[in-house]
Design a protein around this ligand. Structure first.
Ligand SMILES: Cc1cc2nc3c(=O)[nH]c(=O)nc-3n(C[C@H](O)[C@H](O)[C@H](O)COP(=O)(O)OP(=O)(O)OC[C@H]3O[C@@H](n4cnc5c(N)ncnc54)[C@H](O)[C@@H]3O)c2cc1C
Length: 407
């Protein structure tokens, strides 16, 4: 039977990032990806901050960048009231996510990892100090087994393999359904600003977005607690005030769908011989759903810790808990604050959201958002907003929702 030091399940952004790091630290790494092509099917808007990309050391090449200049956002209330937040410098880019994944995967192979596509992990079983990984080769339609000392599980939100390892299922009611269309011929796009639609009517429990590719083409999507995100998106495109009249001569040329875990991270992300990374570990931002930077930060730690543990021949959960300690130190409080904001916002009525927009549109508050706002590290802006006297009245009125969000 083939024997490897580390098997990574899932060859998307976070699996590849973990594989690259583990290979860098000298481990023998095999990535198993069930689909024939890395990055396909695509399931992302590809909006990444420059700072975040630097942190995960994965700045994409030109051919993977669709728009390098995002300066801020136009935020729209349920009725269409607008607040514009524009930073003085570009702080995010829009990537072609499929090409980005291929690029991150290539970096892993350049570091020495092997990537095997059309290879679905059917089951994993631990006996003694090693795993037996049961793989379906979809090209050959045959099955085989691999022995592995350690597993990095980056299989995404489903978590089927994580459950076989003894992890609890991720709460299904905290998984948002998302749909996104690539549309050209949209009027009124500012290519430097993303649009964010806070509309419980079309995107209950989450929000809608427009991510500009250029001045007339964008990725337009939404996340929703409703089952059929595609239907919600069509309704939003047709009926939501900020989009009305802008799509009359447009053409939709590509559609994608996906799921986003927004409950926040799992507390337990290691077991004997295995580590969870990325969406399967709930490492996404509950406010925006972004999981490539946050997951990538955790993936780097996972790869390093697992590779060192293999060299020390100690893959017990105690040794691997270094991963948990380190990613929690970096991300936990930030993700918990975002989780609170998501629950708080979801508890507010449209009337209250309109009131909130009125307050946020005050020049002083807008300046604070422009100065302190950061799509990845959201704790500073959350704390800053909590101590703004002009928002105290609003907090008082919505204190029941604020308390429910904490509980
Ligand atoms: C519509 C939408 C828009 C988004 N926009 C953004 C954004 O702009 N910015 C951002 O940062 N994040 C965004 N996200 C979130 C982001 O896409 C995820 O957080 C990210 O893809 C998680 O990466 P991952 O590697 O953990 O998991 P995934 O990307 O889900 O990858 C899991 C991989 O594992 C493979 N796999 C699963 N099971 C097996 C198995 N048994 N055997 C072998 N392979 C397996 C899958 O095929 C897949 O390739 C968005 C999500 C959605 C749905």
């Amino acid at each position: 039977m083939e024997a490897r030091e580390i098997v990574v399940i899932g060859g998307s952004a976070n699996g590849s990032r973990a594989a690259r790091e583990a290979a860098f630290y000298g481990a023998d790494v095999l990535v198993l990806e069930e689909h024939p092509r890395i990055g396909i099917p695509e399931h992302c808007s590809g909006l990444f901050s420059y700072q975040g990309l630097a942190e995960i050391d994965a700045f994409p090449p030109d051919e993977a960048i669709l728009n390098a200049e995002i300066y801020g956002a136009r935020l729209f209330s349920p009725r269409g009231t607008e607040i514009t937040v524009r930073k003085s410098t570009t702080h995010a880019l829009v990537a072609d996510r499929a090409k980005f994944d291929k690029f991150v995967s290539k970096l892993a192979t350049m570091e020495g990892a092997e990537v095997r596509t059309s290879s679905k992990v059917i089951s994993v079983k631990r006996s003694g100090n090693e795993w037996t990984v049961h793989v379906l080769d979809r090209k050959e339609n045959s099955e085989y087994k691999i022995r592995a000392k350690g597993i990095i599980d980056a299989e995404g939100f489903r978590g089927a393999i994580a459950q076989q390892m003894g992890f609890a299922p991720y709460p299904q009611d905290s998984i948002i359904n998302a749909a996104q269309y690539y549309i050209k011929g949209i009027e009124g796009i500012d290519p430097q600003l993303v649009e964010v639609y806070q509309t419980a009517e079309f995107a209950p429990a989450f929000f809608g977005w427009l991510i500009p590719i250029n001045k007339d083409t964008a990725k337009v999507g939404l996340g929703t607690s409703k089952k059929h995100a595609g239907i919600q998106l069509q309704k939003m495109l047709k009926n939501y005030e900020p989009l009305k009249g802008r799509l009359e001569n447009s053409e939709t040329y590509y559609r994608i769908a996906g799921k986003i875990p927004i409950q926040g991270p799992r507390k337990r992300t290691v077991t004997n011989g295995a580590i969870l990374v990325g969406d399967v570990a709930g490492q996404t931002k509950p406010t925006t759903g972004g999981g490539v930077i946050i997951g990538g930060v955790a993936a780097k730690i996972a790869g390093e810790v697992m590779a060192k543990a293999v060299k020390e021949n100690d893959l017990g959960s105690k040794r691997l808990s270094e991963y948990e300690r380190r990613w929690k130190k970096k991300l936990w409080s930030n993700l918990r604050a975002m989780r609170w904001v998501r629950k708080y916002l979801n508890g507010l009525s449209n009337k209250r959201i309109e009131e909130l927009f009125q307050t946020l549109s005050k020049p002083r508050i807008q300046r604070i958002i422009e100065d302190v706002g950061d799509v990845d590290n959201q704790s500073p802006i959350i704390w800053k907003m909590l101590i703004q006297p002009s928002l105290f009245g609003f907090y008082f009125k919505t204190s029941p929702q604020a308390i429910r969000a904490i509980l």
